[in-house]
Design a protein around this ligand. Structure first.
Ligand code: C2E
Ligand code: CA
Ligand code: CA
Length: 278
């Protein structure tokens, strides 16, 4: 208060102000990065837990800044969401990932589903459906090979969310609820949701082998999903112990460092080539 000017404005930098300065810098860099296409995409395998077969891949965006180095998505995705930059960035990821997937299919590699993350902001864009159709037409990717991962945050407006999910389904594109169990979803309305898959949040998998509550939640999700004929995948599987419990409880799909970390497109291509039966 001592440093307040006559009109009560402090010229002292508070933590808040410094944080927002860092944020403004990040915002500007992000804007440039989109124009300069400083991004690339890694792909993480999804596996069938009973056969070990590859069943899918998740596209994960990566930002390699020329001076700042690698900036993790957890840092820049929230900024991109707040500023709306997620719209052009998300579109770029969708187009690029579909292009890449189609290319692998054309090269004769095994066809596997591609999952792309869709932020709530993208989900509620009025032209979302047109954008998806445009990408599918441009890349000539069959809609059945595309899955969109959305988080429970879209269910803040449940009726609107269901309408959009129905429209996506009409296109033949699959949908998945990411980070499932952490947000708005209540078991009472899951039955109305036109989604293909629930992706159990990594936090439940992390301690599943020594936390009875986490295991109970995972079991409950598996039971209800089975009744509703919805697919379940566990994310963040890191250890054999976790895998053993998931298998025992009847979870058939998984993703995590135990199987593979996210791979560059070259590495994922090589991996696919190794699976090719010729
Ligand atoms: P997410 O969608 O939940 O993606 C899974 C994250 O967990 C990824 O982090 C992945 O690298 C990491 N992961 C995978 N297996 C394991 C494991 O066994 N252990 C641990 N500890 N982590 C594992 P990443 O790539 O850093 O992405 C973080 C988040 O950023 C994503 O979480 C997603 O919310 C967001 N994100 C990434 N790419 C995109 C994108 O293209 N669009 C949007 N809207 N969001 C994205
Ligand atoms: Ca995801
Ligand atoms: Ca997730």
């Amino acid at each position: 208060a001592k440093d307040m000017g006559r009109n009560g404005v402090s010229f002292f930098h508070s933590d808040m102000e410094e944080r927002s300065l860092a944020r403004i810098l990040l915002e500007n860099e992000l804007k440039k990065a989109i124009e300069l296409e400083q991004f690339h995409i890694d792909y993480q395998p999804k596996l069938d837990l009973s056969t070990g077969q590859l069943i899918g891949m998740e596209a994960l965006v990566r930002w390699n800044h020329p001076e700042l180095g690698r900036i993790p998505p957890d840092k820049f995705i929230p900024v991109a969401e707040d500023t709306g930059l997620i719209i052009p960035l998300g579109e770029w990821v969708l187009r690029r990932a579909c292009e890449q997937n189609k290319k692998w299919q054309t090269q004769g590699y095994p066809h596997v589903q591609l999952s792309v993350n869709l932020s709530a902001r993208q989900f509620y864009q009025p032209d979302l459906l047109d954008k998806i159709k445009e990408v599918l037409t441009m890349t000539e990717l069959d809609p059945q090979w595309l899955e969109l991962e959305v988080t429970e945050s879209i269910f803040a407006d449940i009726d609107h969310a269901v309408t959009i999910l129905e429209e996506i389904k009409e296109l033949g594109v699959h949908t998945s609820i990411d980070d499932f169990g952490t947000g708005y979803s209540s078991f009472s309305y899951i039955k109305h949701l036109p989604v293909n898959t629930l992706k159990i949040d990594a936090s439940f998998i992390r301690d599943i082998h020594h936390n009875k509550e986490s295991q109970a939640i995972v079991k409950a999700i598996l039971t209800i999903a089975q009744t509703l004929d919805i697919n379940v995948i566990a994310e963040g599987v890191e250890s054999q112990e976790q895998l053993a419990i998931l298998q025992e409880d009847g979870c058939n799909q998984g993703q995590g460092f135990l199987f593979s970390k996210p791979l560059s497109d070259q590495d994922f291509g090589a991996y696919l080539q190794g699976l090719r039966i010729t």
